[in-house]
Design a binder for this molecule. Structure first.
Ligand SMILES: [Zn+2]
Length: 202
């Protein structure tokens, strides 16, 4: 949100709180049977708010979460309904050492939940922020947003560690946010225009 102060009036540009007007155009957030439900809910809410209020549906992946990547990639693709835009699985069964693994055949990805808390490198809050950031990046890549050179942006491929997150962002930079808007419009999704609201007060 941008705030500009002019005398006693504050003009705030508020993101419209209306949900995106496209029934069924959802993002899926898949979880494994051992998932941390609180973390999944937090990632769901953060991504939905930041991604133009797209609906993010949490769905448990009941089987095959531990499969090797070629099989898992097909399992993830099979979870997509015909109008679902993309699916991201939060998994602690590392597919490989990368934080994010993307399928080349379908808009699906895995965010690897390596847990730095075990080594004392992060507390719960930093860990949750890190997963929010990596999930934002996974959805961005799946929705057609390119890697960003700005290390503050969630779309940068800067090797972010939880301990560096106090200085780095979990959101998209304005350019990447605009790119996402264009990609969504191209998919027929109506993005609510930001509303100008005049408030009077101190
Ligand atoms: Zn960016």
């Amino acid at each position: 949100m941008k705030l500009s102060l002019t005398g006693l009036s504050v003009v705030a540009i508020l993101a419209c709180s209306l949900s995106v007007q496209a029934a069924g155009k959802d993002l899926l957030l898949l979880t494994t049977p051992d998932a941390d439900a609180k973390l999944a809910t937090r990632v769901q809410q953060f991504c939905s708010t930041e991604l133009y209020s797209l609906a993010v549906q949490v769905k448990p992946l009941k089987k095959d979460a531990d499969s090797a990547w070629p099989v898992l990639s097909k399992v993830l693709a099979s979870t997509l309904g015909k109008d679902d835009l993309a699916a991201v699985l939060l998994s602690s069964s590392a597919v490989n050492s990368n934080t994010i693994t993307l399928s080349s055949n379908a808009p699906v990805a895995v965010v690897n939940l390596k847990d730095p808390r075990k080594d004392g490198k992060a507390d719960d809050e930093l860990y949750a922020r890190w997963i929010e950031r990596e999930s934002m990046r996974a959805y961005g890549l799946l929705l057609g947003v390119k890697t960003c050179p700005n290390p503050q942006c969630a779309m940068s491929d800067y090797k972010v560690k939880p301990e560096s997150l106090s200085e780095l962002g979990r959101n998209y930079c304005p350019y990447c946010k605009k790119c996402l808007g264009e990609q969504l419009k191209a998919k027929g999704i109506v993005i609510p225009e930001p509303k100008r609201v005049r408030k009077v007060g101190p």
